[in-house]
Design a protein around this ligand. Structure first.
Ligand SMILES: C[S@@+](CC[C@H](N)C(=O)[O-])C[C@H]1O[C@@H](n2cnc3c(N)ncnc32)[C@H](O)[C@@H]1O
Length: 391
């Protein structure tokens, strides 16, 4: 299996395609296509293991098992039937089929889902005299089909649960960032583990946790299972070797301090338990504090801020009075720092009163946001947009 080059597609959060491509290159995987929301590549089977285990940005890794032109539902049925499903899983495993499409001329995706399910089951009946059953909640095997105007592509999902589910969350918190978006923000910020990092509104701690995993070179997928472990072509020995090789690369401590705080004691408690569960409790200096009471912990560093925004939390009015004070706090205490603010509110830079040096469009789930970069210099940012407000 490992001598053959296979085709894969890995979706990622929209806006992170470029940093995801760079990550794939750093993992030794040359990429072939970059589309909105994902990257295609051709690679040996073991690269798929490596990406599932080590990518901070991928949402999942889909193995392309077939592609065919189509004009009708019957063509899609025949294309699905032609594939060697019994080589990849058994009829005692449950399946789920997900169909998505762009510019597909056929009227019903539900009907297509049914036809593909029939094709897969008929194939098993013909060769194994048994059909797999469908389980839409917790399937053993997930099949994806994607239809464009004239081509249907079939995938087996090698990840299972989406890859942003690292297995570290101890409790759900309000408005958490997805782990792969948090990691992508750190990459877009150009943060290197040698730089001091501060997240002063850390909530459940997603951003500092991703940073600590990166700095300690702890693979984000080391604590979870993957769907490829249930495929007949899975190579347990190879997988074991790769996991061990990744473990051996872990470093004992973070090279530069990572600071995290939140004004809500409940959040601090949750973040603490999460960091400890992930094995990075000693790497993150966590405390309870209102953001505006904090002093800069170093002469320079990177601050990442994911403030509550009106659409999801708090009252927009409250936030409007907060941002001018945040701008003054940055200017007065954080000269020499780069600050990155993720928000869905386009008025924020004006309210902060600092001119952003970058505005990067991102999606937090379905919510369109911007990541604003502010370079804080002595006496203010490069340019003030509104007069400063006194604290
Ligand atoms: C959108 S949430 C951050 C979510 C976080 N990135 C995560 O993934 O869990 C915003 C956080 O800001 C905190 N917060 C709001 N106002 C604050 C303030 N004045 N000082 C410190 N933290 C504050 C809230 O308690 C909340 O946890």
């Amino acid at each position: 299996m490992d001598s053959t080059k296979l085709r894969f597609f890995a979706p990622c959060p929209r806006g992170l395609e470029a940093v995801f491509e760079a990550e794939l290159h750093s993992l030794g995987v040359p990429t072939t296509t970059k589309t909105e929301g994902g990257i295609g590549f051709t690679a040996p089977w073991s690269s798929m293991y490596w990406i599932n285990l080590k990518s901070h940005i991928a949402s999942r890794v889909l193995w392309e098992v077939g592609q065919s032109p189509y004009r009708s539902e019957d063509d899609v049925y025949r294309a699905a039937y032609a594939l060697a499903w019994p080589d990849w899983f058994t009829p005692s495993q449950t399946i789920k089929i997900k169909v998505s499409a762009r510019r597909c001329p056929l009227p019903s995706l539900d009907f297509l889902t049914l036809r593909i399910k029939d094709a897969v089951c008929d194939k098993f009946v013909a060769s194994r005299h048994r059909r797999p059953s469908v389980n839409t909640e917790r399937p053993n095997i997930k099949l994806d089909a994607f239809l464009d105007q004239s081509t249907v592509t079939f995938y087996l999902d090698t990840s299972g649960e989406p890859l942003f589910k690292r297995g570290h969350r101890v409790m759900s918190v309000e408005a958490p960032l997805r782990e792969n978006l948090a990691a992508g923000i750190l990459r877009l910020a150009g943060w290197s583990p040698k730089e001091v990092l501060l997240d002063p509104m850390c909530g459940g701690g997603t951003i500092p946790l991703e940073a600590a995993l990166m700095a300690r070179q702890i693979p984000p997928g080391i604590s979870r299972n993957f769907a490829f472990e249930r495929l007949l072509v899975h190579d347990e020995k190879r997988w074991g070797h790769l996991r061990e090789a990744a473990r051996a690369k872990q470093v004992a401590a973070v090279p530069a301090a990572i600071y995290a705080s939140d004004h809500d004691p409940a959040m601090v408690k949750i973040a603490q338990r999460t960091f400890q569960g992930a094995g990075v409790g000693i790497d993150i200096r966590l405390k309870q504090s209102d953001i505006l009471d904090l002093e800069a912990p170093a002469d320079g560093g990177v601050m990442v801020l994911n403030p509550p925004y009106g659409v999801r939390l708090s009252q927009p009015d409250e936030l409007q009075s907060f941002y001018p004070r945040l701008g003054d706090w940055l200017k007065q205490r954080f000269a020499g720092w780069r600050a990155y603010v993720l928000t869905g509110d386009a008025r924020v830079p004006k309210q902060i009163g600092l001119a952003p040096s970058k505005r990067i469009p991102l999606f937090n789930g379905a919510l369109e946001c911007r990541l604003y970069e502010f370079l804080i210099v002595q006496g203010g940012a490069r340019r003030r947009l509104t007069p400063p407000t006194k604290i």
